[in-house]
Unconditional design. Sequence first.
Lengths: 386, 449
Amino acid sequence: MAQFKWKQIGFACAFVGALWACGGNSPDTPAPTPTNPADQASSDRKAMLTNIADNIIVPSYANFKTKFDLMLTKSDAFAVKPDKASLTDFRQAWVDAYTEWQKVELFDVGPAEQNTLRNFFNIYPTDVTGIEAYVTAGTGAFDVPASYPKQGFPALDYFINGLGTTDDAIVARYTTAADAAKRLAYLKRLTTQMNTQFSSVYTAWTTGGYRDTFINCTALNAGCSTSKLVNGYVLNYERYLRSGKFGIPSGAMSNGTVSPDKVEAYYKKDLALTLAKTAHQATVDFFNGKGVKTGQEGPSLKTYLNSLGAKDSSTGASLVDIINKQFEAVNQQLTTLKPNLSDEIKTNDAAVVLVYTQMQKAVRMLKVDMTTVMSITITYTDNDGD
Amino acid sequence: MLAYFRKTTSAAPLAVFRLLFGLMLFGSIVRFWSRGWIEELYIKPRYFFPFYGFDFVHPLGSYTYVLFAVCGLSALLVAIGLFYRVAIVSLFVSFTYIELIDKSTYLNHYYFTSMVCLLLIFLPANTYFSVDAFRRRTLLAGQIPAWCIDSLKLFVALLYVFAGLAKLNSDWLLNAMPLRIWLPAHNDLPVVGFLFNDHRIPYAFSWFGCLYDLSIPFLLWNRPTRPWAYVAVIVFHGLTALLFPIGMFPYVMILTALIFFSANFHLAVIRQISNWLSIPTTFLLAHRAYTYQPIIANLIRVVFVVFFIIQLLFPFRYLLYPGELFWTEQGYRFSWRVMLMEKAGYAQFTVKDNLGHRTIVNNTEFLTPLQEKMMSTQPDMLLQYAHLLRDYYAQHGYHNPEVYVDSYVALNGRLGKPLISPDINLASEQESFAPKTWITSFDDKIYGF
């Protein structure tokens, strides 16, 4: 390689540079929407992750912790003195905590993803036979997949709403029934397990340093925050909102046969719709970056998509508007339903299926249109591409 | 023409190419193995997507490891030039077999590797600086027919030119797609990150990439421009390695481009290696010219001419199909179309029969995430999967199951739309080379190649 001289290297660099410059200045190509400074700032993923961590995820977890801790107190009070009054208190605290849970279930990232938090909090329909077997045995594994439907809010639902037709009948199961002590012991196991699982997630975010890890992992590859967050968000919308709350119970997804017993909070009867509405609103607010405490919107998926200029090239409508419009269509459909979703499925299933159909449209937009312009692989693998 | 076929040249470039190519393939196999991808891609999946006409290719279960071991060992033997003929045939067969198992793993540079192995079967790459020649000095030859090296150069040139031609389309040049989507993903890189927020940068990369592909073979072939063309090779492929998850491809191309360098350059490389290994210099002085037996020579020329005619025509087969190539992907593979599309999709299948059975398929029960991702945007894979579902449900109580798909695909930043007509029963559609009428129309125009 005798002819390889510095002069030529310099020349080569100049040539490469020149090509670069030519390409860069090709003014005859129609430029996309000019990027203004504000837009550039919003394509800053660190700012987005910081807003999401500090104004959405951590405060949401804190709000949930308040309601959840109260429920634990009421549960313990009920265990000490099971009667109608303590049952009513416990039940109300359970309703509040379950509703608040809907605002954190979608953060399937970091510690919640590692701990598979959802598995210990909200897998339904609950497994009554399995629970009774565990109660009788007085023991049983709590960390295997088969045990997920035997714990969490759905198991509590069965324990405080499903053990009898009246409150007196329910209280009797904890006082005069032969296995009352065992039942109380299982109740304690349930709340302890939930507390352990949630605490480890909450501490990781607040004092464990995960918040900093989260906002500093700004790359877009499968291992970093944005990709995990969006993957978890879309998965939650598709599998747990669309399928879990509507698609499966309404029969839209399986054989057309309805399963009114597969709704969330089945034994409480009048709560399922509230839970679904809360969960849906949380996903909408998350998309728009709405701060939990302030109600102000900050850097979010919305601002990020806008900074990328994501729009329908044929109509010019921005993708953000299209998605928000679809969220609104889902909300509209939700308002047509009555609180007892189980009854709605029995008597008015077509309306429930329509929720599923509207959500399905939103799933496509989130899963395909949003992720493709963000350059996020939705079902991620680390294999080579070309 | 005949005079050209009689021309001889130094065997050194081919020897160095054989060495580097073999080592690189060996390295690729080791990398693939160590990342657990054999398990991930060829053992764990329950179903596979063989290529049309190659349905007899099956994964070998845990023996797939043996297949990879054979492939790796063959690559190593090719590199050092030991039992060359057997090794290169075994390398071609094992490597190609692996690549034929599942379409989901198709990459253009695997196809490139397969084709180079095929060419190498017919080339005298072991006559110089090889263990074979060291053991059997009668084989040793310092000169080989010039067309042997030129054919490799031609093949590399074809790859680049076709890759460049494929970039001459309106999405790439006028909309900077898909780079406009991919580059902002790197706006958090230190120092240069902010550049990727600039909307001119994707245009610069697109135009430079296109010019590079179209011109680089000629700049490498032409002696005065060669050194700085090679600098461009390193810069270009280095950048792509940095920015995109494309594995070994950049390094394969950086080393392959050395084939264009002069005999003196390669002799210098060989002398240097010999110094390190204390190989006697007498082994390097070989003046004999390798000649094929006349009959074999004629046969090989015919094979090569046919090979290159096919290679020249194959990328244009898409012209035989109606519709937009990027949308239908009929004639997309095996055509050096690299990094041209950001295509994402979603496919939800419904299986039903006339007995009232009906179910919505959960794809994760059948496919790996990679397979699902690939299947949801490629019509031939959608059809294969539909047939797989048809057969599965037929065995599970469905009577003549019908399979429908609710598909949604976004291409190069356009909003998504159905790729397959939702009212088509895919269970009764047949795979063939004929145009697939059940693919929806693209309703947009991408101009150019």
